[in-house]
Design a protein around this ligand. Structure first.
Ligand code: TYM
Length: 326
Protein backbone atom coordinates (compact mmCIF):
# COMPACT_ATOMS: atom_id res chain seq x y z
CA UNK A 1 0.00 0.00 0.00
CA UNK A 2 1.17 3.48 -0.73
CA UNK A 3 -0.23 6.96 -0.20
CA UNK A 4 0.75 10.54 0.51
CA UNK A 5 -0.59 13.87 1.72
CA UNK A 6 0.53 17.34 0.70
CA UNK A 7 1.87 19.38 3.63
CA UNK A 8 0.34 22.48 2.10
CA UNK A 9 -1.73 23.24 5.20
CA UNK A 10 -2.61 21.75 8.58
CA UNK A 11 -4.11 18.25 8.46
CA UNK A 12 -7.87 18.15 8.93
CA UNK A 13 -10.41 15.48 9.82
CA UNK A 14 -11.15 14.93 6.10
CA UNK A 15 -7.53 13.80 5.69
CA UNK A 16 -7.84 11.66 8.80
CA UNK A 17 -11.19 9.97 8.16
CA UNK A 18 -10.69 9.74 4.38
CA UNK A 19 -7.11 8.52 4.42
CA UNK A 20 -4.87 8.23 7.51
CA UNK A 21 -7.34 6.26 9.66
CA UNK A 22 -7.65 3.76 6.84
CA UNK A 23 -3.86 3.47 6.58
CA UNK A 24 -3.36 2.90 10.29
CA UNK A 25 -5.97 0.15 10.37
CA UNK A 26 -4.13 -1.86 7.73
CA UNK A 27 -0.52 -1.57 8.86
CA UNK A 28 -0.37 -5.23 9.91
CA UNK A 29 -1.82 -6.66 6.71
CA UNK A 30 0.26 -4.82 4.11
CA UNK A 31 3.76 -3.58 3.43
CA UNK A 32 3.03 0.16 3.65
CA UNK A 33 4.71 3.30 2.28
CA UNK A 34 3.41 6.71 3.38
CA UNK A 35 5.01 10.02 2.58
CA UNK A 36 4.78 13.77 2.92
CA UNK A 37 4.25 15.06 -0.64
CA UNK A 38 6.38 18.20 -0.29
CA UNK A 39 7.22 18.33 -4.01
CA UNK A 40 3.55 18.56 -4.88
CA UNK A 41 3.00 21.54 -2.55
CA UNK A 42 5.28 23.92 -4.48
CA UNK A 43 2.87 23.89 -7.44
CA UNK A 44 1.28 26.62 -5.29
CA UNK A 45 3.58 29.19 -3.57
CA UNK A 46 4.62 28.13 -0.06
CA UNK A 47 6.40 29.90 2.75
CA UNK A 48 9.66 27.86 3.06
CA UNK A 49 9.90 27.91 6.87
CA UNK A 50 6.21 27.01 7.21
CA UNK A 51 6.62 24.16 4.74
CA UNK A 52 9.48 22.69 6.79
CA UNK A 53 7.44 22.99 9.99
CA UNK A 54 4.39 21.35 8.42
CA UNK A 55 6.36 18.40 7.04
CA UNK A 56 7.65 17.57 10.53
CA UNK A 57 4.23 18.10 12.10
CA UNK A 58 2.70 15.83 9.49
CA UNK A 59 5.26 13.11 10.18
CA UNK A 60 4.62 13.38 13.93
CA UNK A 61 0.87 13.17 13.28
CA UNK A 62 1.23 10.09 11.07
CA UNK A 63 3.07 8.33 13.89
CA UNK A 64 0.60 9.60 16.51
CA UNK A 65 -2.26 8.18 14.43
CA UNK A 66 -0.78 4.72 14.83
CA UNK A 67 1.61 4.42 11.89
CA UNK A 68 4.47 2.70 13.66
CA UNK A 69 7.72 3.56 11.80
CA UNK A 70 8.96 0.02 12.51
CA UNK A 71 6.10 -1.42 10.46
CA UNK A 72 5.49 1.38 7.92
CA UNK A 73 7.98 3.16 5.70
CA UNK A 74 7.48 6.88 6.42
CA UNK A 75 9.43 9.35 4.31
CA UNK A 76 9.63 12.77 2.70
CA UNK A 77 8.98 12.76 -1.05
CA UNK A 78 11.86 15.09 -1.96
CA UNK A 79 14.31 12.74 -0.18
CA UNK A 80 13.72 10.06 -2.81
CA UNK A 81 14.84 11.64 -6.11
CA UNK A 82 13.69 8.72 -8.24
CA UNK A 83 10.08 9.99 -7.98
CA UNK A 84 11.07 13.02 -10.06
CA UNK A 85 13.24 10.91 -12.37
CA UNK A 86 10.39 8.54 -13.14
CA UNK A 87 8.00 11.48 -13.53
CA UNK A 88 10.16 12.78 -16.37
CA UNK A 89 9.94 9.48 -18.22
CA UNK A 90 6.19 9.22 -17.63
CA UNK A 91 5.72 12.78 -18.95
CA UNK A 92 6.68 11.42 -22.33
CA UNK A 93 3.86 8.85 -22.12
CA UNK A 94 1.16 11.26 -20.94
CA UNK A 95 -0.95 13.34 -23.28
CA UNK A 96 -1.54 17.08 -23.05
CA UNK A 97 -5.27 16.47 -23.58
CA UNK A 98 -5.68 14.09 -20.66
CA UNK A 99 -3.90 16.45 -18.26
CA UNK A 100 -6.08 19.34 -19.44
CA UNK A 101 -9.18 17.45 -18.33
CA UNK A 102 -8.12 16.96 -14.71
CA UNK A 103 -10.58 18.50 -12.24
CA UNK A 104 -7.92 19.53 -9.73
CA UNK A 105 -5.95 21.37 -12.42
CA UNK A 106 -9.07 23.25 -13.49
CA UNK A 107 -9.97 24.14 -9.88
CA UNK A 108 -6.48 25.19 -8.85
CA UNK A 109 -5.87 27.23 -11.99
CA UNK A 110 -9.11 29.10 -11.29
CA UNK A 111 -8.03 29.74 -7.67
CA UNK A 112 -4.42 30.69 -8.53
CA UNK A 113 -4.97 32.44 -11.85
CA UNK A 114 -1.73 34.44 -11.45
CA UNK A 115 0.38 31.28 -11.15
CA UNK A 116 -0.77 28.58 -13.57
CA UNK A 117 2.66 26.98 -13.74
CA UNK A 118 3.78 23.86 -15.62
CA UNK A 119 4.13 21.97 -12.31
CA UNK A 120 0.44 22.46 -11.57
CA UNK A 121 -0.41 21.02 -14.97
CA UNK A 122 2.04 18.15 -14.58
CA UNK A 123 1.03 17.33 -10.99
CA UNK A 124 -0.81 14.06 -11.86
CA UNK A 125 2.28 12.67 -13.61
CA UNK A 126 4.43 13.17 -10.51
CA UNK A 127 1.66 11.51 -8.52
CA UNK A 128 1.60 8.59 -10.99
CA UNK A 129 5.37 8.26 -10.53
CA UNK A 130 4.97 8.36 -6.70
CA UNK A 131 2.64 5.42 -6.96
CA UNK A 132 4.02 3.26 -9.78
CA UNK A 133 7.59 3.37 -8.52
CA UNK A 134 6.60 1.24 -5.48
CA UNK A 135 4.48 -1.26 -7.47
CA UNK A 136 1.68 -1.13 -4.86
CA UNK A 137 -1.54 -3.15 -5.02
CA UNK A 138 -3.62 -0.46 -3.34
CA UNK A 139 -3.61 3.32 -2.94
CA UNK A 140 -5.76 4.29 0.07
CA UNK A 141 -7.20 7.77 -0.56
CA UNK A 142 -10.39 9.80 -0.24
CA UNK A 143 -12.91 10.03 -3.06
CA UNK A 144 -11.45 13.29 -4.46
CA UNK A 145 -8.28 11.46 -5.56
CA UNK A 146 -10.07 8.85 -7.68
CA UNK A 147 -9.44 10.73 -10.94
CA UNK A 148 -5.71 10.93 -10.20
CA UNK A 149 -5.55 7.17 -9.66
CA UNK A 150 -7.44 6.65 -12.92
CA UNK A 151 -4.90 8.65 -14.93
CA UNK A 152 -2.07 6.82 -13.15
CA UNK A 153 -3.59 3.51 -14.28
CA UNK A 154 -3.98 4.85 -17.84
CA UNK A 155 -0.32 5.92 -17.97
CA UNK A 156 0.83 2.56 -16.56
CA UNK A 157 -1.30 0.61 -19.04
CA UNK A 158 0.04 2.68 -21.91
CA UNK A 159 3.64 2.08 -20.82
CA UNK A 160 3.05 -1.64 -20.24
CA UNK A 161 1.39 -1.85 -23.67
CA UNK A 162 4.66 -0.75 -25.28
CA UNK A 163 7.27 -2.40 -23.04
CA UNK A 164 5.58 -5.40 -21.41
CA UNK A 165 4.55 -5.73 -17.76
CA UNK A 166 6.76 -3.12 -16.13
CA UNK A 167 4.23 -1.62 -13.70
CA UNK A 168 1.69 -3.29 -11.48
CA UNK A 169 -1.69 -1.62 -12.08
CA UNK A 170 -2.78 -0.19 -8.70
CA UNK A 171 -6.33 -0.09 -7.36
CA UNK A 172 -7.75 2.86 -5.43
CA UNK A 173 -8.72 1.83 -1.89
CA UNK A 174 -11.62 4.07 -0.90
CA UNK A 175 -13.76 3.25 2.10
CA UNK A 176 -17.52 3.77 2.24
CA UNK A 177 -17.78 5.97 5.31
CA UNK A 178 -15.43 8.95 5.54
CA UNK A 179 -14.33 9.02 1.89
CA UNK A 180 -15.81 12.45 1.31
CA UNK A 181 -16.12 14.60 4.42
CA UNK A 182 -17.96 17.82 3.63
CA UNK A 183 -17.50 21.32 5.02
CA UNK A 184 -19.42 22.00 8.25
CA UNK A 185 -20.29 25.49 6.99
CA UNK A 186 -21.23 24.62 3.39
CA UNK A 187 -22.07 20.90 3.29
CA UNK A 188 -22.32 20.89 -0.50
CA UNK A 189 -18.54 21.44 -0.77
CA UNK A 190 -15.70 19.20 0.37
CA UNK A 191 -14.02 19.93 3.71
CA UNK A 192 -10.78 21.65 2.83
CA UNK A 193 -8.15 23.84 4.48
CA UNK A 194 -8.89 26.61 1.98
CA UNK A 195 -12.24 27.09 3.76
CA UNK A 196 -11.23 27.21 7.45
CA UNK A 197 -14.71 28.04 8.90
CA UNK A 198 -16.10 24.67 7.83
CA UNK A 199 -12.89 22.74 8.39
CA UNK A 200 -11.87 20.95 11.61
CA UNK A 201 -8.11 20.69 11.95
CA UNK A 202 -6.57 17.69 13.67
CA UNK A 203 -4.52 19.78 16.09
CA UNK A 204 -7.20 22.37 16.78
CA UNK A 205 -8.15 23.21 20.40
CA UNK A 206 -11.13 21.22 21.77
CA UNK A 207 -13.16 24.38 22.47
CA UNK A 208 -12.73 25.55 18.87
CA UNK A 209 -13.73 22.12 17.55
CA UNK A 210 -16.85 22.09 19.72
CA UNK A 211 -17.78 25.59 18.59
CA UNK A 212 -17.47 24.62 14.93
CA UNK A 213 -19.74 21.60 15.42
CA UNK A 214 -22.32 23.61 17.37
CA UNK A 215 -22.48 26.05 14.45
CA UNK A 216 -22.53 23.32 11.78
CA UNK A 217 -25.17 23.79 9.08
CA UNK A 218 -27.85 21.08 9.29
CA UNK A 219 -30.83 21.58 7.00
CA UNK A 220 -33.33 24.24 6.14
CA UNK A 221 -36.54 22.15 6.50
CA UNK A 222 -37.41 22.38 10.17
CA UNK A 223 -37.73 18.65 10.62
CA UNK A 224 -35.08 18.67 13.36
CA UNK A 225 -34.71 14.91 13.14
CA UNK A 226 -31.47 12.92 12.85
CA UNK A 227 -32.14 10.83 9.75
CA UNK A 228 -29.68 9.70 7.05
CA UNK A 229 -30.87 11.30 3.79
CA UNK A 230 -27.83 12.69 1.93
CA UNK A 231 -29.83 14.24 -0.92
CA UNK A 232 -32.40 16.01 1.25
CA UNK A 233 -30.25 16.72 4.31
CA UNK A 234 -26.58 16.89 3.25
CA UNK A 235 -25.48 18.72 6.42
CA UNK A 236 -27.05 16.11 8.72
CA UNK A 237 -25.75 13.23 6.58
CA UNK A 238 -22.24 14.69 6.78
CA UNK A 239 -22.40 14.98 10.58
CA UNK A 240 -23.70 11.41 10.72
CA UNK A 241 -20.81 10.27 8.53
CA UNK A 242 -18.31 11.97 10.84
CA UNK A 243 -19.98 10.53 13.95
CA UNK A 244 -20.17 7.04 12.40
CA UNK A 245 -16.54 7.16 11.42
CA UNK A 246 -15.40 8.50 14.81
CA UNK A 247 -17.42 6.02 16.89
CA UNK A 248 -17.79 2.98 14.62
CA UNK A 249 -21.61 3.17 14.94
CA UNK A 250 -23.92 2.48 11.99
CA UNK A 251 -26.39 5.06 10.64
CA UNK A 252 -29.32 3.07 12.08
CA UNK A 253 -27.71 3.05 15.52
CA UNK A 254 -27.17 6.81 15.33
CA UNK A 255 -30.78 7.44 14.27
CA UNK A 256 -31.97 5.39 17.26
CA UNK A 257 -29.56 7.08 19.68
CA UNK A 258 -30.86 10.55 18.80
CA UNK A 259 -34.48 9.60 18.21
CA UNK A 260 -36.67 12.48 19.40
CA UNK A 261 -33.71 14.63 20.48
CA UNK A 262 -33.09 16.89 17.49
CA UNK A 263 -30.00 18.71 16.29
CA UNK A 264 -29.54 20.57 19.57
CA UNK A 265 -28.33 17.35 21.19
CA UNK A 266 -26.79 15.77 18.08
CA UNK A 267 -24.35 18.50 17.01
CA UNK A 268 -22.50 18.81 20.36
CA UNK A 269 -22.38 15.00 20.59
CA UNK A 270 -20.59 14.82 17.23
CA UNK A 271 -18.21 17.56 18.42
CA UNK A 272 -17.47 15.61 21.63
CA UNK A 273 -16.86 12.39 19.70
CA UNK A 274 -14.37 14.17 17.42
CA UNK A 275 -12.61 15.81 20.38
CA UNK A 276 -12.27 12.38 22.04
CA UNK A 277 -11.06 10.79 18.80
CA UNK A 278 -8.38 13.47 18.43
CA UNK A 279 -7.33 13.83 22.08
CA UNK A 280 -4.71 11.03 22.17
CA UNK A 281 -3.47 11.95 18.69
CA UNK A 282 -2.95 15.58 19.69
CA UNK A 283 -1.07 14.66 22.87
CA UNK A 284 1.17 12.16 21.08
CA UNK A 285 1.88 14.59 18.21
CA UNK A 286 3.04 17.26 20.68
CA UNK A 287 5.22 14.75 22.50
CA UNK A 288 6.86 13.62 19.26
CA UNK A 289 7.38 17.17 18.01
CA UNK A 290 9.55 17.83 21.05
CA UNK A 291 11.88 15.04 19.91
CA UNK A 292 13.31 16.31 16.63
CA UNK A 293 16.19 13.81 16.69
CA UNK A 294 13.73 10.92 16.71
CA UNK A 295 11.69 12.38 13.83
CA UNK A 296 14.89 12.87 11.88
CA UNK A 297 15.89 9.26 12.44
CA UNK A 298 12.47 8.13 11.21
CA UNK A 299 12.51 10.11 7.96
CA UNK A 300 16.12 9.19 7.24
CA UNK A 301 15.52 5.46 7.67
CA UNK A 302 12.26 5.78 5.69
CA UNK A 303 13.96 7.49 2.75
CA UNK A 304 16.69 4.88 2.67
CA UNK A 305 14.23 2.02 2.54
CA UNK A 306 11.94 3.77 0.05
CA UNK A 307 14.85 4.67 -2.24
CA UNK A 308 16.00 1.07 -2.35
CA UNK A 309 12.59 -0.15 -3.57
CA UNK A 310 12.02 2.84 -5.88
CA UNK A 311 15.43 2.57 -7.54
CA UNK A 312 14.71 -1.00 -8.58
CA UNK A 313 11.68 0.14 -10.59
CA UNK A 314 13.54 3.14 -12.00
CA UNK A 315 16.39 0.94 -13.26
CA UNK A 316 13.92 -1.36 -14.96
CA UNK A 317 12.16 1.58 -16.64
CA UNK A 318 15.45 3.17 -17.79
CA UNK A 319 16.50 -0.13 -19.32
CA UNK A 320 13.17 -0.57 -21.12
CA UNK A 321 13.24 2.89 -22.71
CA UNK A 322 16.84 2.37 -23.89
CA UNK A 323 19.03 4.32 -21.46
CA UNK A 324 22.53 2.91 -20.90
CA UNK A 325 22.93 1.75 -17.27
CA UNK A 326 25.24 4.17 -15.43
P1 TYM B 1 -4.38 15.81 -0.38
O1 TYM B 1 -3.11 16.24 0.27
O2 TYM B 1 -5.29 16.86 -0.91
O3 TYM B 1 -5.25 14.92 0.59
C1 TYM B 1 -4.67 13.85 1.32
C2 TYM B 1 -5.66 12.73 1.52
O4 TYM B 1 -6.82 13.18 2.24
C3 TYM B 1 -8.00 12.88 1.50
N1 TYM B 1 -8.97 13.96 1.70
C4 TYM B 1 -10.25 13.76 2.06
N2 TYM B 1 -10.93 12.63 2.34
C5 TYM B 1 -12.22 12.76 2.71
N3 TYM B 1 -12.85 13.96 2.81
C6 TYM B 1 -12.20 15.11 2.56
N4 TYM B 1 -12.81 16.28 2.67
C7 TYM B 1 -10.84 15.05 2.15
N5 TYM B 1 -9.89 15.98 1.83
C8 TYM B 1 -8.76 15.29 1.55
C9 TYM B 1 -7.54 12.81 0.04
O5 TYM B 1 -8.42 12.07 -0.76
C10 TYM B 1 -6.18 12.17 0.19
O6 TYM B 1 -6.29 10.76 0.29
N6 TYM B 1 -2.50 14.41 -4.73
C11 TYM B 1 -2.71 14.01 -3.37
C12 TYM B 1 -1.40 13.72 -2.63
C13 TYM B 1 -0.55 12.72 -3.30
C14 TYM B 1 -0.77 11.30 -3.34
C15 TYM B 1 0.30 10.77 -4.08
C16 TYM B 1 -1.79 10.47 -2.86
C17 TYM B 1 0.61 12.95 -3.95
N7 TYM B 1 1.14 11.79 -4.43
C18 TYM B 1 0.38 9.39 -4.34
C19 TYM B 1 -1.70 9.10 -3.11
C20 TYM B 1 -0.63 8.59 -3.84
C21 TYM B 1 -3.42 15.13 -2.66
O7 TYM B 1 -3.37 16.26 -3.04
O8 TYM B 1 -4.06 14.75 -1.52
Amino acid sequence: MLSGIQPSGELHIGNYLGAIKNWAERADEYDCYYFMADMHTITVRQDPAELRRRVLTQLATYIACGLDPEKNTLFIQSHVPSHAQLAWVLNCYTMFGELSRMTQFKDKSARHADNINAGLFDYPVLMAADILIYQPDYVPVGEDQRQHIEICRDIANRFNGIYGDVFKIPEPFIQKVGARVMSLATPDSKMSKSQPEGCVFMLEKPEDILRKFKRAVTDSDRENCVRYAPEEKPGVANLMQIYASATGKSYEEIEKEFDGQGYGAFKPAVGEAVVEMLRPIQAETQRLLADKAYLESVYRAGAEKAAYVANKTLRKVYKKVGFIQP
